[in-house]
Design a protein around this ligand. Structure first.
Ligand SMILES: Cc1cc2nc3c(=O)[nH]c(=O)nc-3n(C[C@H](O)[C@H](O)[C@H](O)COP(=O)(O)OP(=O)(O)OC[C@H]3O[C@@H](n4cnc5c(N)ncnc54)[C@H](O)[C@@H]3O)c2cc1C
Length: 393
C-alpha cells in the first residue's frame, strides 16, 4: 500500500513524486518509457521553472548537461526588434533548455533518491476502485507481465492524452481546439545570443540554444497548413522565412543535425483536476499550445502546488478532499489568464494592440522588461507593480 501512485515520470510526475517523497510519503512512480527517453518538446524553461529546479537542488545537475544559460532575449516582428537581458527571477539568471531525455531523467532519479519507488517501462492500463473511489492501478511490467498496486491517491501526470483522465472520465472544463502545428529540428553552426523569438504573418519561430553546441529551431504554422511527411521540410523552411527573413538566412548558414520533428497534436484545454482518489497534474489536466513555451515550467509549478496543498493530508480522506479542491481551484485561478494570452499568441497574427506594446518596449527599457517578464510567466503581483512603475515612467 502506497500513499500516492504517480502515473507518468516526466516533469509533472517526477517533480510531484520528488516533492511528496521528500515530505516522507510512500510513493510509487510509474513511467511507460524506459529512461533516459526523449519526447516531443522544444525544451525552453522560463525563469520561474529554473528557480524551482534550484530550490529543489537539481539545477546544478541540469546545468552540468552543458545547456547554456539563456540570459538574453530578442523578439523580432516585421519592423521591430526588442532585445535585452532576460529578467532574473529568484535563483534564475535566465532561461535554460536542457534536452528532455536529460531533464526528465534527472528529476526521476532525484525522486528515487528521495525514496520514491521509480519503475520505468511500466504502463498503467486500468484502475482499481473501491466503490466510486480510485484505490490503485493495474499496469504492465517490462518483462511483459502485469501487476497492480494500491494507494490512497492516484496522480495522473501522464500527459495530454492521459490514461488516468480517460479511465476516471475527467470532463473537459473547456476545450479550445488546436491552433498550430509545430516543426523543429537541431542545428549546429548558428550564431545566436540567448533565446530568439520571431513573429511574422501566419508563422512564429523560436531559436533555442541547447546542449552540445546545438540550437533547436522551432517553427509554428496555422493548424490548417497541410504538413505531410513529404512536404514537412519545405513547410519548415518556408515557415522560417515567413516568420523572419533573417532566420531563413541564419539557417542557410547552419547545418541540420537531426531529423525534422513534427507535432500536430497540440490541443488547448482544461480538464477537471480531481475526483475521489485521483488528481491530474501537468498536461494531463491542462494543455496549451507550446508557442509560449510554458508547459514544463507550469508542470513544475503545478507539482509544487499539489504537493503543498496535500502536505500532511494524504492519509486523511476528508482533509485530502479539501486539499484537492484547493489545488483545483488554485490551478484554474492561476492558469486561466495566461492561457487566454497564450491562445491569442497561438493565433499567429499579432493584433495592433500587441504590436503597439512591443513597439513601446523597443525604446523603453522598463516597458521591455515588463514584456519579457510577461513572456517568462513571472508571477502576477510582481508584474502589476512593475506595470504601475512603467505607467509612471
Ligand atoms: C512540439 C512541442 C514543443 C514544446 N515546447 C515546449 C517548450 O519549449 N517549453 C515548455 O515549457 N514546454 C514545451 N512543450 C510542452 C511540454 O513538453 C509539456 O507541457 C510537458 O512535457 C508536460 O509534462 P508532463 O509531465 O505533464 O507530461 P509529459 O511530458 O507528456 O509526460 C507524460 C509521461 O507520462 C507517460 N505515460 C503516459 N501514459 C502512461 C501510462 N498509461 N502509464 C505510465 N506512463 C504513462 C509518458 O510516457 C510520458 O513520459 C512542448 C510540447 C510540444 C508537443
Amino acid at each position: 500500500m502506497y500513499d500516492v501512485i504517480v502515473v507518468g515520470g516526466r516533469c509533472a510526475g517526477a517533480a510531484t513524486a520528488l516533492l511528496l517523497a521528500r515530505r516522507g510519503h510512500r510513493i510509487l512512480l510509474l513511467e511507460r518509457a524506459r529512461f533516459p527517453s526523449d519526447t516531443l518538446s522544444t525544451l525552453y524553461i522560463h525563469q520561474p521553472g529554473v528557480d524551482r529546479l534550484a530550490r529543489w537542488r537539481v539545477l546544478d545537475e541540469v546545468r552540468a548537461t552543458g545547456c547554456p544559460p539563456l540570459e538574453r532575449i530578442s523578439f523580432r516582428a516585421p519592423g521591430l526588434l526588442l532585445t535585452g537581458p532576460a529578467p532574473a527571477w529568484g535563483a534564475a539568471t535566465g532561461g535554460l533548455a536542457p534536452r528532455r531525455y536529460a531533464l526528465d531523467t534527472i528529476l526521476a532519479r532525484a525522486a528515487a533518491r528521495a525514496g520514491a519507488d521509480f519503475r520505468d517501462g511500466c504502463s498503467v492500463t486500468g484502475l482499481l476502485w473501491e466503490g466510486d473511489t480510485v484505490a490503485g492501478v493495474r499496469y504492465t511490467t517490462p518483462g511483459g507481465g502485469t501487476d497492480q498496486a494500491r494507494a490512497r491517491l492516484v496522480v495522473g501526470a501522464d500527459g495530454r492524452n492521459s490514461t488516468v483522465a480517460r479511465l476516471v472520465g475527467a470532463p473537459y472544463l473547456r476545450h479550445d481546439g488546436r491552433l498550430t502545428v509545430a516543426l523543429y529540428t537541431y542545428w549546429s553552426g548558428l550564431s545566436g545570443d540567448g533565446l530568439g523569438l520571431y513573429s511574422g504573418p501566419g508563422a512564429g519561430a523560436a531559436l533555442v540554444p541547447t546542449q552540445d553546441g546545438l540550437t533547436l529551431v522551432n517553427v509554428q504554422l496555422p493548424r490548417d497548413t497541410p504538413v505531410t511527411r513529404g512536404n514537412a521540410r519545405h513547410a519548415y523552411l518556408a515557415g522560417a522565412l515567413r516568420a523572419c527573413p533573417d532566420l531563413a538566412e541564419l539557417l542557410a548558414a547552419g547545418r541540420q543535425e537531426e531529423r525534422l520533428f513534427r507535432c500536430t497534436d497540440l490541443p488547448n484545454f482544461f480538464r477537471r483536476a480531481y475526483g475521489s482518489g485521483w488528481v491530474l497534474v501537468g498536461d494531463a489536466g491542462h494543455h496549451k499550445d507550446p508557442c509560449g513555451a510554458h508547459g514544463i515550467s507550469d508542470a513544475l509549478a503545478q507539482a509544487e502546488l499539489l504537493a503543498g496543498c496535500l502536505a500532511e493530508t494524504v492519509g486523511d480522506p476528508s482533509l485530502r478532499e479539501k486539499a484537492l479542491r484547493q489545488y483545483a481551484e488554485e490551478r484554474d485561478r492561476r492558469w486561466t489568464p495566461p492561457y487566454e494570452s497564450n491562445l491569442a499568441y497561438a493565433r499567429l497574427s499579432p493584433t495592433e494592440n500587441h504590436l503597439e506594446v512591443l513597439r513601446k518596449g523597443e525604446t523603453d527599457p522598463l516597458f521591455r522588461s515588463l514584456v519579457f517578464r510577461a513572456l517568462a510567466g513571472i508571477p502576477d503581483e510582481d508584474l502589476r507593480s512593475l506595470g504601475r512603475q512603467a505607467e509612471v515612467h
